[in-house]
Design a protein around this ligand. Structure first.
Ligand code: ATP
Ligand code: MG
Length: 292
């Protein structure tokens, strides 16, 4: 008995095991026809639902791609223009730059290429997080070393700030993806530098809280208004006043993606006028897990 949708056969209903060798009557056939029709309807419904889900996923990833492109194409232009301007000046045969001027151009090229690299790796990270292709590669690390390492890496951005670390002694080793968690700390540290005034304090800290190690970045900047606070971890979200500072609004979305992929949580505490602290937790897995 064919199972047919409106335009094609999608299956066959086979009936076996009539023990007495009696042939099926017209009534039986009628019942089988309605079975086949019901089966056809059910299969068709499943197929339509699958098609719809696939189309929605495609539309969503297309939407994400357009949103990413729209957000970054403008931001990518700024460092590129700065690099181009410096290089054009340096190779201009009609001008003889002194050493100081040359080194200033090279310095600018150096900083702007770093900025481009950071933006591109942020973008890649975000598309991996959103595409569900993110898997932390965890090893056992000393959190104190991570904090010191990030402080070193931030130092060149934060030369005009009082950057300090506060690490509780005797923290347990923790199982995490070093690259990802260092990236989280870097993104938080970069924000602290971007949104606060030079000369103020930025503190990177780590302490134990119950069964987690809590890492935090604290600043004494302008803070984030309470009404904006719930949105800052959304991609492309930038609070008022951020417009003057370069950025695409994806740094914190990446932090959230990385931390949650580790089974941790991230949240922000901030009061207007008295600074911002962003904390995140990394669960301490049991020592016996170390061998696995
Ligand atoms: P990107 O990190 O992609 O370069 P961004 O810094 O604007 O751009 P996020 O890091 O996601 O994006 O931050 C989102 C918004 O939260 C910022 O635009 C800013 O308004 C606010 N914000 C984040 N950190 C701080 C902070 N330490 N102090 C004040 N505002 C902050
Ligand atoms: Mg940022």
């Amino acid at each position: 008995m064919p199972i047919a949708s409106a335009d094609r056969a999608i299956g066959v209903l086979e009936v076996t095991g009539n023990r007495d060798g009696v042939r099926l009557g017209a009534d039986d056939e009628q019942v089988l026809v309605s079975f086949a029709n019901q089966a056809a309807l059910a299969l068709e419904r499943v197929r339509l639902a699958e098609d719809a889900a696939r189309a929605a996923a495609l539309a969503q990833s297309d939407e994400l791609k357009s949103a990413l492109l729209a957000a970054v194409s403008h931001e990518l232009r700024t460092p590129l223009a700065a690099i181009k301007a410096s290089v054009t000046s340096l190779i201009d045969p009609t001008v003889e730059w002194d050493d100081a001027a040359q080194s200033e151009f090279l310095q600018a090229i150096n900083e702007e290429t770093d900025r481009l690299t950071r933006m591109l790796s942020n973008l890649l990270d975000l598309s991996r997080i959103e595409g569900g292709a993110l898997k932390p590669e965890k090893e056992w690390y000393d959190v104190a070393e991570l904090v010191v390492d990030v402080a070193h890496r931030l130092a060149s951005l934060a030369v005009r700030y009082r950057l300090t670390t506060e690490v509780e002694p005797d923290l347990p080793v923790v199982h995490f993806d070093y690259v990802q968690i260092a990236q989280v700390m870097m993104n938080l540290g970069e924000n602290a530098v971007k949104y606060t005034l030079p000369g103020t304090e930025i503190v990177l800290s780590a302490r134990r809280v119950h069964n987690s190690v809590e890492l935090a970045v604290r600043d004494r900047g302008p803070g984030i208004p309470a009404s904006r606070l719930p949105h800052i971890f959304n991609r492309f979200y930038r609070a008022d006043g951020a417009g003057r500072v370069a950025g695409t609004g994806i740094g914190l979305a990446i932090c959230k993606g990385f931390v949650e992929a580790h089974g941790g949580r991230i949240h922000a505490e901030s009061r207007e006028g008295s600074g911002t602290t962003i904390r995140f937790s990394l669960p301490i897995e049991h020592e016996v897990d170390r061998s696995s």
